[in-house]
Design a protein around this ligand. Structure first.
Ligand code: G3H
Ligand code: 13P
Ligand code: ZN
Length: 307
């Protein structure tokens, strides 16, 4: 059933676990995520980026989620991920299709981020919807040039607390050294756990970790063996994700790990079976691999058997 982000995150915060938030753009990925949630008895957050909406349409993706949630006994949240376009976030709120939205004003000056986030929160709360906001810049698409720039862009604990107080947002995405995409870390490096601890001490708002994919080695191997060039890809080690959850992260965003599982499934199958032309046969191994990855994330985050 569809439920609210704030209630699921409040429960996660009390239980000291995190709920997985998975990006999807198509039916097979949605089926894989929902299959994982059922198998793991886990609550689940299904999220669509602005890019997903441009690819498949808001109403179309919402219809898939609403049907899946109706058939499921698990708590399901339908969330807009990284809404940077203010008008699109307003449209998503007014549509009534989502249970929560993220307004991502992280690239704006602090005051303007507060002003716009506050407006979205007021509008969403009137309709019973929750809002995730962001303070600090999570790298990936807007890469940083130097280490000092990276540090300067990380979330400042006192500013995070002030932001949460002023906006009354329901969840807060923080920058502690993660990065979107498959190429996160050049060598063994650590997330800024000290910063995370200070942020969690400064505010009670549930915290969100973006750019949290791990690039599992067996998936990466399948990809590279079948011709996908991601040999220098590196994600966040599982132990660091676990530690971040123990320090107060309540929602963990995963997109890349499902993308590479999809890729690995398709490439491996097509290499072995060049005779097959039926898309259902081609997509099934990809769907199975994505479900396996989603299940392992739910166990890692501690949300298995919680829904
Ligand atoms: O954080 C961003 C997500 O990975 C979505 O990526 O904008 O390519 O859909 P996308
Ligand atoms: P990854 O690219 O690490 O999967 O992060 C996804 C994300 O943060 C979506 O908002
Ligand atoms: Zn993100």
């Amino acid at each position: 059933m569809l439920t609210s982000l704030s209630s699921v995150l409040a429960k996660a915060q009390r239980g000291r676990y995190a709920v997985g938030a998975f990006n999807f753009n198509n039916l097979e990925t949605l089926q894989a995520i929902m299959g994982a949630a059922e198998a793991e008895h886990s609550p689940v957050i299904l999220q669509t980026s602005e890019g997903a909406l441009a690819y498949a349409g808001m109403e179309e993706l919402a219809a898939l989620v609403h049907l899946a949630a109706k058939k499921s006994k698990r708590p399901v949240i339908f969330h807009l991920d990284h809404g940077k376009d203010y008008a699109l976030v307003v449209e998503a709120v007014k549509s009534g299709l989502y249970t929560s939205v993220m307004f991502d004003g992280s690239a704006l000056p602090f005051k303007e981020n507060v002003r716009r986030t506050k407006k979205i929160v007021e509008m969403a709360h009137q309709r019973g919807m929750s809002v995730e906001a962001e303070i600090g810049l999570i790298a990936g698409k807007e890469d940083f040039v130097s280490v000092s720039e990276r540090d300067a862009a990380m979330t400042q604990p006192a500013q995070a607390a002030e932001f949460a107080r002023l906006t009354q947002c329901d969840a807060l995405a923080v920058a502690i050294g993660t990065r979107h995409g498959a190429f996160k870390m050049k060598k063994e490096s650590s997330l800024d756990f000290h910063r995370l601890k200070l942020i969690a001490e400064a505010t009670r708002v549930p915290l969100v970790l973006h750019g949290a994919s791990g690039v599992p080695s067996h998936i990466k191997r399948l990809c590279t063996q079948s011709g996908c060039e991601i040999s220098s890809a590196k994600g966040i080690p599982d132990a660091q994700i676990k530690k971040a959850v123990s320090l107060g992260i309540c929602k963990v965003n995963i997109d890349t790990d499902l993308r590479i599982a999809f890729d690995a499934g398709i490439r491996t199958f097509l290499k072995q079976r060049p005779d097959v032309i039926d898309p259902r046969e081609i997509l099934k191994p990809a769907r199975d691999l994505m479900a396996m990855v989603a299940r392992s994330k739910m166990r890692l985050f501690g949300c298995s058997k919680k829904g």
